[in-house]
Design a protein around this ligand. Sequence first.
Ligand code: NAD
Length: 525
Amino acid sequence: MASEAKIASGGTLLSHNPATGELLAELECATPEEVRSAVLRAKTAQPQWQTTPVSERVALLRRFQNVLSERRDDVARLLCREAGKPVAEALATEVMVVLDAAQFCIRHAHEFLRDKPLPHGNIVMNIKRGKLVREPYGVIGIIAPWNYPFSIPAIETLGALVTGNAVVLKPSELTSLIALELRRILLAAGLPPDLMQVVVGEGPVGAALIESPIDKLIFTGSVGTGKRVGEAAARRLLPVVLELGGKDPMIVLDDANLEIATSGALWGAFMNAGQTCLSVERCYVHRTLYEPFLEMCKKKMARLRIGNGIDSEADIGPMIHERQLRIVEEHVNDAIQQGARLLAGGRRMTELGPNYYAPTLLADVTHDMRLMREETFGPVLPVAPFDSDEQAIDLANNSDFGLAASVWTRSRRRGEALAAKIKAGTVMLNDVISCFGIADAPHGGFKHSGIGRTHGELGLQEMVQIKYVDVDLLPGVRKPWWFGYGRPYQQAMEGFVDALFAVRWGARLKGLLRSVGLLRHPNRI
Ligand code: NAD
């Protein structure tokens, strides 16, 4: 099938429309030498960018916003053609999210990059003034997945650029055209070309990027690849952010609004054909609501429209690729064999095109099934009952992943109490996934879901190294802690330690008197 041929063969990479199998483009893969020279060009261009005033870097982001909002429909349609997303969804979850992330950088870059005074707690160290300075790393390597092929690399690129870095991006082999479009928009906004380059290709091109002289890597992808990437980066002590997979639980408490929770569950499990790192991958419903919840989900699913996302009426498009479909099939079949109840879907929809899988509802799932342990990444909603809040938390935390979770309840107090006990980077009350669209909110996972954060201020923090600059206010004075040790000095130092930290106040006072000896410190050098 054409979609299989999407994988690179030799030095060429074919881009296909997952909805139809239509060939969109044939692209040359970058060789390791080309990856290296792209990084070297970025390294040469970056120092000048670092010294460019923040206001000019911010102005570049404003122009980027303008160009993107003018081209928003073209970008959304390309996202539909190369990644299979409904156009409306591409606008909401990719284009708008990027415009908003740009706005965040525009608003906060000045304050974020301003040197911050660092007051000293120790009285003696008040003869110095300290400050924290944020410096760009240099060249940030970005390796991106196909499921949010515009927003993920764009948000990271904007953060890297506004903080004074250059970027070399290795997009997923399945969505190169979208990455190239991102670069075109940046260049149209006036970015010097060497500051953002795209190297196209499969895994080996990503591996070559890790071996090249980049200064930091932001990787987004699966746990398996993330571990390999982490090992390769560790060998050369390359700092990394790893944004990896999820198996997000949704907990529906007995006081939840059933109407809202069922709609949320269906959107959370099926938007982007279930191919979102924050998708609802496990759903736990209180036993008193369990059967009504399943019944309502089933009824609502009959109203969903599946088809090519270029048609504005489609809610759910195709999956990205045959290989992803196979994983979904394996998980669903394994669950059914082990006793899960299939209530809807559970089959390919070949009548629509090469990569369609019917939205699937499964009840009575257990953690013995792969569907509840491994990332499925497809349009499947597996549901299981629970009897108490404690049991729901145990089930939610019974996973190697910890990206995000959601709790559905009418009681904010109860929801927050559960949020405190769930081991995940994000917990949402009464919504799913949309945290990714909150530009201020950090994004990242606990456990195998990753290391570090993207988005918001914590995301910007990953783009800079902290330098501590310390200025002595008495530059003409030898310091009393320099050489010149001896018995009197030692006693005075004992007194000084007591003066600051002795348990009893009397001892502190005595220590203060003894510490006066430090002023007679016979500096020997
Ligand atoms: P993937 O791990 O297969 O590939 C990710 C990227 O790594 C691709 O560009 C790929 O070409 C590259 N790559 C593959 N092998 C490599 C190697 N040895 N060295 C360097 N790079 C290599 O993931 P995918 O299928 O593209 O994306 C889906 C996965 O991404 C899911 O697991 C999903 O949960 C995860 N994801 C996580 C987040 C997050 O923010 N946590 C967001 C989106 C997707």
